[in-house]
Design a protein around this ligand. Structure first.
Ligand SMILES: [Zn+2]
Length: 246
């Protein structure tokens, strides 16, 4: 695989470009070449979010340099989350994407390179979606079933081209703007209601720093932290439709 130039766009704007070399998978001399085994994610949990108060934390634009720490915090608390991944960030962080799937998190699609999809041709939108699904499947063995449009920008034409349920949010922490762990934690604990979906970005250190406080605060409020698919278990999600909470 060739080296790729990854321009990473957060919801709040562009970050500096970076050259990312593909990982070498050359085995040690003398050892047999063993294929990467397909991860076996844990089975779905028996949580009925129609009866139990649930909240879904969603992390967009990654994986990034702080995502490993976030996964440690989630594992420690037994919380599951949903990651809306950028396809261009998957290859440089294959192990993290794999780990997400193995630890029961949901790997979902946030486009390849974070463009504004409205105004793009249907073919270009389809390419953004397809390439990302393929990258995630290649890295984790799991194919995304959910999509979140960059900037939340979508319309009927985009919806038809995407062909997957579009997951929006009910709580916007504005973490990309404020870059304050205290503020993110305060909003993230206070604002979600039953069935709420919280928008976060794991590419920001301050967001990841806020997560332990959010997890304990939401648990104190009686919420179970679930993936988006766990949240909607028993409800049919339709391709192209938008969902902002259960
Ligand atoms: Zn985004």
């Amino acid at each position: 695989m060739a080296a790729t130039t990854a321009m990473v766009a957060g919801c709040g704007g562009m970050r500096a470009g970076q050259i990312v070399a593909a990982r070498s998978s050359v085995p040690a001399a003398g050892s047999p070449s063993t294929p990467t085994p397909t991860p076996t994610p844990p089975p779905p949990r028996a949580i009925d979010c129609a009866r139990t108060p649930c909240v879904a934390l969603t992390f967009d634009d990654g994986p990034g340099e702080h995502t490993g720490r976030l996964l440690d915090d989630l594992r420690r608390e037994g919380a599951r989350a949903t990651f809306f991944l950028l396809g261009q960030n998957v290859a440089p962080h294959r192990d993290l994407v794999r780990r997400m799937a193995l630890e029961g998190h949901e790997v979902a699609n946030h486009s390849w390179s974070h463009p504004q999809l409205t105004g793009m041709s249907p073919d270009a939108v389809r390419s953004q979606v397809r390439r990302t699904n393929e990258a995630v499947r290649e890295a984790s063995g799991m194919t995304p079933t959910l999509f979140r449009p960059p900037y939340g920008a979508t319309d009927g034409k985009v919806a038809r081209a995407v062909g997957m349920p579009q997951i929006m949010w009910s709580v916007d922490t504005l973490d990309w703007r404020d870059r304050s762990a205290a503020r993110v934690a305060r909003i993230g604990v206070r604002e979600p209601g039953k069935g709420g979906i919280v928008l976060l970005h794991d590419i920001h250190r301050t967001t990841v720093e806020a997560v332990p406080r959010m997890l304990s605060g939401l648990k104190k409020r009686g919420f179970t932290l679930v993936t988006v698919s766990e949240m909607f278990h028993g409800k049919q999600l339709r391709p192209g439709h938008k969902y902002k909470n259960r």
